[in-house]
Design a protein around this ligand. Structure first.
Ligand code: PLP
Ligand code: COI
Length: 336
């Protein structure tokens, strides 16, 4: 298979190896790499009926010297275990999680895109409740798998600004599952996302489910804005996914760019305070937001065609660290 590294989208590509491990009778087995990309599971599996499953997304980055960087993989492990605890699933020990990710990257090394292509190897850890069952209760067994594929930009055009539209739907409830990474949140986002795309927007932006007056997040990324007085602001809410990219940007905005960086309410009638805005996440990286179609306005931020200077700087810092060109804060990078 020949891959056009410079022009990858975000699509499934079968790579040779994935890791799989089973939890049964109260313990995990050793786990192994396999070439089989299908799962054979019980028809009564709780993952299929009651959505007892969670997942993660992280990337491996090819550095200039040919080595490979993993970015904050321990944070993905911690978040997966928070999801597991909320859904009463078996947790995956952090060392097992990290070992699985590293084994999958090494086994599929030929699929880690070259430095400079802008593409990366996307890793998808997945934990599902399986085994015999039919009552509404946690599964007796769990499968943990990690598979991977090379990917490019999630939103078409990468650093080209993209437009979003406010949604009338809610993605998650205040005390529900919005803050964990479970499949049900994403199933609930298909219809709103589809309706946004039919109107030529990249995706929708969800508002706080209680009052619909504050920005929550995009269906697959967090929101941030740069105020006219150069503050980095990102929404604070119990129903959004705590994005590892978002927390990294909060740190970089403060420590590397000298900005004030805060999580706080972002009211939909205060969009004028922002000179730039963006969506951030592992898949999205940093996608500048050109404009948002609000309920009564088409609000343009910096530009619909050009990335703003602060967003560009944040992008350069973040990706510079991920690809090993800029020194990383302690513990952010595992070089393999
Ligand atoms: N919000 C949602 C709903 C997501 O699916 C993601 C992707 O993981 C993010 C935010 C960004 O999170 P992270 O930066 O940890 O990838
Ligand atoms: C990610 O950024 O890793 C995500 O999970 C977003 C989306 C692909 C679900």
């Amino acid at each position: 298979m020949t891959i056009d590294w410079d022009n990858l989208g975000f699509d499934y590509i079968k790579t040779p190896f994935r890791y799989i491990s089973t939890w049964k009778n109260g313990q995990w087995d050793e786990g192994e790499l396999t070439e089989d990309n299908t799962l054979h599971i019980h028809e009564g599996s709780a993952a299929l009926h009651y959505g007892q499953q969670c997942f993660e997304g992280l990337k491996a980055y090819r550095c200039k010297d040919g080595s490979i960087n993993l970015f904050r993989v321990d944070e993905n492990s911690k978040r997966m275990n928070r999801s597991a605890r909320r859904l009463l699933m078996a947790e995956v020990p952090e060392d097992k999680f990290i070992r699985a990710v590293e084994e999958v990257v090494k086994a599929n090394e030929a699929f880690v895109p070259p430095y400079g292509s802008g593409s990366t190897l996307y890793l998808r850890p997945l934990l599902i409740g399986v085994g015999e069952g039919i009552g509404v209760k946690p599964a007796p067994e769990y499968l943990f798998t990690v598979f991977c594929m090379p990917v490019g930009a999630y939103f078409k055009g990468g650093l080209t600004p993209t437009n979003f539209i406010f949604s009338d739907y809610d993605r998650a409830a205040p005390q529900g599952t919005g803050a964990i990474k479970v499949g049900g949140n994403y199933a609930a986002s298909f219809l709103p996302g589809e309706e946004a795309k039919e109107k030529s927007f990249s995706d929708c932006i969800y508002l706080d489910p209680k009052t619909h007056t504050k920005i929550e997040e995009v269906g697959s990324a967090n929101f941030f804005g740069i105020t006219k007085d150069d503050r980095f602001i990102t929404p604070l809410s119990p129903s959004i996914l705590p994005s590892i990219t978002k927390y990294s940007l909060l740190y970089l905005a403060e420590h590397n760019l000298g900005m004030e960086a805060v999580e706080e309410d972002v009211y939909i009638d205060s969009l004028d305070q922002f000179k730039e805005a963006g969506a951030c996440g592992t898949a999205a990286v940093i996608s500048p937001i050109g404009a948002i179609q609000t309920y009564d306005d088409f609000h343009v931020f910096y530009s619909e065609t050009e990335v703003g200077p602060v967003t560009q700087k944040l992008y350069d810092e973040l990706t510079g660290i991920q690809f090993g060109d800029i020194a990383a804060p302690d513990g952010w990078i595992r070089n393999i």
